[in-house]
Design a protein around this ligand. Structure first.
Ligand code: ATP
Length: 231
């Protein structure tokens, strides 16, 4: 998540327990099953009857309907416009994805998340009113490239284009040194948020704590400073 998405996620209602997912490809199915496993109610829809039946058989949702989402009347009849949040999970059929997103927005759904399969698709979805666009293939590719080039970085949250929170393996150079000795703030401009120990994180660790090879640490700061760490 980054600052650009903050407004959207803040606007989601905490008490919303119902979602509609349009399109039951791999992406739509994973959204459905995760929401369903978390105990939320999900209405899953697809134009393909077999995919609808399969979703019910595999119990990735408790409610599923066959409909053509390019037809506004079908969406209205299914009650899709009454949902607070709708996920348009049609990546490979650009025309259908755009028309569906337009229909759902025109139907008055306040939060519409749509899946894009290319940059142009992404722009078109934004033009027709999607509140949030995800581009999983692109995002996964970026994440993989980062992991390959910096394998010591276990996880990262991009706060904005220049700042991140990063979880990394304690560099060999830091082994056996106390947090105070390392002077991360003076030398790198980074703040240490947490250090792992026995499978858990110690938040705001004591400056006298010695770091150990193989454990993890979490820092916040500028990307250029994070890149200066000996990893
Ligand atoms: P993949 O499964 O390859 O990862 P994906 O998750 O983006 O990609 P798509 O291949 O785009 O999935 O398929 C999404 C689903 O949307 C398909 O099951 C398809 O039947 C469905 N779909 C396509 N057009 C419509 C439509 N007009 N109305 C409802 N569902 C549709």
């Amino acid at each position: 998540m980054n600052l650009a998405s903050l407004g959207f996620f803040r606007s989601l209602r905490q008490d919303n327990h119902q979602f509609a997912v349009i399109g039951l490809g791999r992406f739509g199915r994973s959204v459905c099953s995760t929401l369903h496993n978390f105990g939320y109610q999900v209405l899953a829809t697809d134009i393909d009857e077999k995919r609808v039946a399969q979703a019910l058989t595999e119990q990735i949702t408790s409610h599923a309907l066959q409909l053509d989402s390019t037809e506004s009347a079908a969406l209205q009849e299914a009650g899709i416009f009454e949902f607070d949040t709708v996920i348009v999970a049609i990546g490979n059929y650009v025309q259908e994805s755009i028309i569906t997103t337009l229909n759902v927005k025109e139907g008055g759904v306040p939060h519409v998340i749509a899946k894009a399969s290319s940059e142009v698709h992404c722009k078109l979805l934004q033009k027709v009113g999607a509140d949030h666009v995800v581009f999983p293939e692109y995002e996964a590719g970026c994440a993989l490239a980062r992991t390959l080039t910096k394998p010591s970085i276990l996880d990262r949250v991009d706060l904005d284009p220049d700042h991140s929170i990063v979880e990394l393996i304690v560099p060999d150079e830091f082994h056996g040194r106390t947090i105070a000795e390392l002077q991360l703030r003076n030398r790198y401009g980074l703040n240490l948020l947490a250090v792992s120990q026995d499978g858990k994180f110690q938040i705001n660790p004591n400056p006298n704590k010695r770091l150990e090879r193989g454990s993890a640490m979490v820092v916040i700061g500028c990307n250029k400073d994070i890149n200066r760490l000996p990893i």
